[in-house]
Each structure stands twice: as C-alpha cells, then as structure tokens.
Design a protein around this ligand. Sequence first.
Ligand SMILES: [Zn+2]
Length: 121
Amino acid sequence: MHELSIAHSILSIAERSFPPGTEGFISAVNIRVGELSSIETEALLFAFSAIKGGTVLERAELQIDMIKGEAVCSDCGTVFHMNAFGIPCPACGSYLASIQQGKELKVLSLTVEESDTVARN
Ligand SMILES: [Zn+2]
C-alpha cells in the first residue's frame, strides 16, 4: 500500500525534526498533496492513524492541503486545470502539455504544542 509508505516517511520526517525528549508534543502535521500525485487522501489518513500510536505523532492530526493540478498546453500555451492525467487542452484539444503543479507531496510544517498538565504514563 502506497499510502502506508508515505505515512512512514512522514513519521521519519517528524522524528528527525522532533527528537524524543523534546518539550511539548506534535498536534498536527501539515502536508501539501497535489491532485495529480495519485495519493488517496482517505487511505493516507487511515494509514497515518494506523501507524502513529506510540510515536511522536501519537497526538497529531494530519492536515492535508490539496493543490490543484495545473498544466500549460505545449501547442497553444493555454494554462488549464488538469485534475487527472490525459486531459486534453480545452482550447485546442492537444494532449501535449507540461504539468506546472499538482504532483507534489510535501511536509510543510509540524504544529508543536507546549506540554499540557496531563501526566503521560
Ligand atoms: Zn492548447
């Protein structure tokens, strides 16, 4: 499962930026996912909650910022919304286009909260 390995990568990024013993806890991981990245956000959320127990992400929510796919037609230069691969240019019908955005998967930031007063044993 593709999304499971992505969830593991997110975890290792979080562990590197937030080593065990650091004050506070991570309350959110903010990621950006492109519409053309072939990632199922539902599956990713599921994988994330499946692996976070007992890790630095135990109390973290996964916040997904979706980015629209955008391409420029190689024939007429029209910029158009490409929500899936293989969409022709709406202006001239060409299938030659270069993708400008929408394939990314990026961890943008971690939201870290101060430790609260609840004991964690
Ligand atoms: Zn075109």
